[in-house]
Design a protein around this ligand. Structure first.
Ligand code: NAD
Length: 344
């Protein structure tokens, strides 16, 4: 119980360095290595004073001691690398999305069970105060029967984001807008209301023909298995900056809207015989210069890994939930792939 939890980080880009920073800040954790196909100079990680490995094989075959590996590489590598880590007998933290297919995520879970190791998925938006609050409201049934849930994600991702030769926008390594930009919000919806079925959709590519291999926008509608209708309306075609990420819930006992740019502000709460408490301030969004991402809550993720491995709690987002988000997106994309995408 007193030993520090030793981490290695694979993929030392934007989010890998964020993992490293959060690990370095935790008194019970230690960063032991980086692994990236780029050099430590190129990744700008020399300040951490830990060994740098040029491949995951080199890292796993080294004599270095570590307990957990954070996978922070492009989406299309997550499942395969998670399996390699588990087979080496280490626990794994997988950045979102857990994989790009349900089948690949099932293989991760199978390997984790075989090796008796933990898989932690990163869905740090669950720690935002409005998310924790609405989870409690929904779990207690305060909204009554759920009639309608609407998730709106309208962001800006333009040439400043999609770099020539990069992995973002590619079919195999990125996988699609719902995987890379909006899986956090699909996770929140699934976490609150469960699985969906009878999916329909309309998809468009308004202004990403030169930057991505897939749609930038969609209107998706469905039914919840637990009752109620839902929609996800999303786009990365918004000009200049993110517009909103919101969830609106209409229930028989009341309604809630959480909005703001990052689903970070409770805009409406009208529930019978209920007074809204004051919530803690949300962490700001991850800032990548010209564009912004989801809430900067990775400190909670790393703390949860430590606490789970020390037997104090359980994983906030476990592998089954990580798989379910991938499964939902895969089924939405199956609908997309059965029709023509609208273009201007
Ligand atoms: N949780 C969040 O809010 C959040 C935010 C941003 C990104 N992400 C996820 O984190 C992952 C990385 O995103 P990013 O923005 O940091 O990308 P990035 O391009 O900045 O970093 C990816 C790194 O992986 C390295 N890499 C590529 N192939 C490799 C391999 N085979 N082995 C080792 N290293 C390899 C690249 O050289 C690069 O340094 C993505 O899956 C993304 O979806 C999550």
């Amino acid at each position: 119980m007193n030993e520090t939890v030793k981490f290695a980080v694979v993929g030392a880009g934007h989010i890998g360095k964020r993992h490293a920073e959060m690990i370095a800040r935790e008194p019970e954790a230690q960063l032991t290595a980086f692994c990236d196909v780029r050099s430590s100079e190129e990744c700008q990680t020399s300040e951490y004073l830990v060994p740098h490995f040029a491949s995951i094989e080199d890292l796993l075959n080294s004599k270095l001691e570590f307990d957990v590996v954070s996978i922070c590489t492009p989406n299309g590598l997550h499942a395969e690398q998670a399996i390699q880590v588990l087979k080496a007998g280490k626990h794994v933290v997988v950045e979102k999305p857990m994989g790009l297919t349900r089948e690949s995520c099932e293989k991760v879970i199978y390997t984790a069970l075989q090796m008796n190791r933990q898989v932690f998925c990163v869905m740090q938006n669950r720690y935002s105060p409005p998310s924790e609050w609405i989870k409690e409201i929904v779990s207690k049934g305060l909204l009554g029967d759920i009639f309608m849930v609407q998730v709106n994600c309208y962001w800006n991702r333009d040439e400043r984001y999609y770099k020539q030769g990069g992995w973002k926008g590619t079919p195999d390594l990125d996988g699609g807008t719902l995987f890379t930009q909006f899986s956090h919000f699909i996770d929140i919806m699934y976490w609150l209301f469960g699985d969906i079925d009878r999916i329909q959709g309309k998809f468009a590519d308004f202004n990403h023909q030169n930057t991505t291999a897939f749609e930038d926008s969609g209107f998706v509608s469905f039914e919840f298995l637990n009752g109620g209708l839902g929609t996800i309306n999303y786009s990365t075609s918004v000009a200049m900056q993110n517009l909103e990420s919101s969830i609106t819930v209409i229930g028989s006992n009341g309604s809630i809207k959480i909005g703001g740019q990052y689903m970070n502000e409770v805009e409406v709460c009208t529930i019978k015989d209920y007074t809204m408490p004051e919530l803690k301030a949300s962490n700001p969004a991850n800032d990548y210069g010209p564009y912004k991402g989801s809430a900067a809550n990775h400190n909670f993720v790393i703390k949860n890994v430590i606490d789970t491995l020390k037997g104090r709690t359980t994983a906030t987002t476990n592998a089954l939930e990580g798989l379910k988000v991938v499964d939902i997106i895969e089924r939405i994309y199956k609908v997309r792939d059965e029709q023509l995408i609208y273009e201007n």
